[in-house]
Every structure is written in C-alpha cells, then in structure tokens.
Design a protein around this ligand. Sequence first.
Ligand code: PXP
Length: 251
Amino acid sequence: MKLGVNIDHIATVRQARLGREPDPVHAAVLAELGGADSITVHLREDRRHIQDRDLPLLRETLGIPLNLEMAVTEEMLAIASALRPQMVCLVPEKREELTTEGGLAVDPEQALLRRLISELRAQGTEVSLFIDPEPQAVLASQAAGAGTVELHTGSWANAWAAHHLQPSQGSQQRVKDEAQRLERAAACCAERGITLNIGHGLSYRNVRQLLHLPLLHELNIGHAIISHALFVGLRQAVAEMKALVEAGPGE
Ligand code: PXP
C-alpha cells in the first residue's frame, strides 16, 4: 500500500506573502526522504496555492511519481501534456470551496473528459478520477476510460470525527454506513479490475480503519501530515504516517 503526500498547504503558506518561502519543492524532497511513495499537488484554476512554476521543478527534482490533481479543462490538459506527470487525478473544482468537497460527476459521454483521459493515457500518464464512493461512479469512470479511481473518503472522515466528538448509537451507525459505502465501491473496483486509491480527511487517528479495503493501492493525505509537520518536521510526519499505513488494518 502506497502513501501519496499532498503538499498544497505548503504553497498556501507561501502564497500568504506571495513570496518564495516555504517552497513546495523543498517540502516534496523532505516528504520523499520521509518515505512518501508519491507527491500530490493540485494546480487550481485560481492558483490559490500551487503555481505553474512549481510543476516542472517538482517533476525534475522528484525521484518518486508526481500526481497532478486538476480540473477537467482544456487549459489543464495542455499543462499536463507539457508536464507529463506520472499520474493525473481529475477533480471537480469550485472557486468558493475551501477544499474539494465532493467527487466528480462522471458523465462517460462528456467529450472533453474522454479526450483528456485518452490523450493523457496515450502519453504514459495514469489517470485517476476522484469520485464519491458509489459503484455507479466507479462504473461510469471505467466507461469514460479511466483505469484508476480515488474514492472520496471525506463523508466517512466527517462521520468518524463527529462520532469521536460525541459518541452515540446514531453516530456509530453513520460511521458504519459510510464505511459500507466505501466497501461496496471498493468491491466494484476489485471486480472490474480498477486500481483503487482513497483520500480526503484521513488522519493519524483514523487511517488504519480503512486499510482493510480490498486491493487498496494508494492513500492520498495532505492536511493531517502538514499539520503534524508544523510540530515534528515534515520528514518525521511522513515517516509516522507511513509506519501506520505499513502496520495495516487496525483501530
Ligand atoms: N485527494 C484529493 C483528490 C484531494 O483533493 C485532497 C485534498 O486536496 C486530498 C486527497 C487530501 O485530503 P486531506 O488534505 O484532507 O488529507
């Protein structure tokens, strides 16, 4: 099981002063040294954190794969085609959101989505779709040409956090229901031979509870690792998360 580390928050701090520090390239190297299997960055259309300049520098510097998160647009297709990252994850984007709130509404007939997936795959880039944990979304992703999906774990993580704050039978049931949604979608990936990634809201406290998902390939984690890194340093924060992932399923 692989650990992808999202370093967008490093760029958010840099953009607070529109300066050069902290540099996400520096962060990516430390994450790699800490044991990250890949580095994820989201080039948003409004450029609120990662900047165009970061991409070729990361691509050139890293010894591990770069996963570029991006919206389904012509502009992003051109950028990804020039960059040739090892992975692209297609996400929905809304300007007013604080973070990616839901999964992509996958329409397998959408011409741009199909072209984007086929062109990038032909260039050797693996393409993943960030989707809600529903079998229909998995099937639609495959019909659109994707070989990988990333299931959005945000609803499960929110249910988990609410249960921890104020445990009740109802809150426990909601965690169970959300876990079952993920399990059903993961089983659909396994049946269809689709590579399964997960991400959003995963933390040191909850991550092991999803490691039982069948044929889980990669976890993408940002906020928890960067937050912990403020106190222990990024290399150490990544190493601690990697140890949990390697420990396997558990509480
Ligand atoms: N995966 C995707 C597609 C995301 O958009 C994000 C958030 O940027 C993450 C994973 C990581 O989520 P978190 O920061 O909550 O760990």
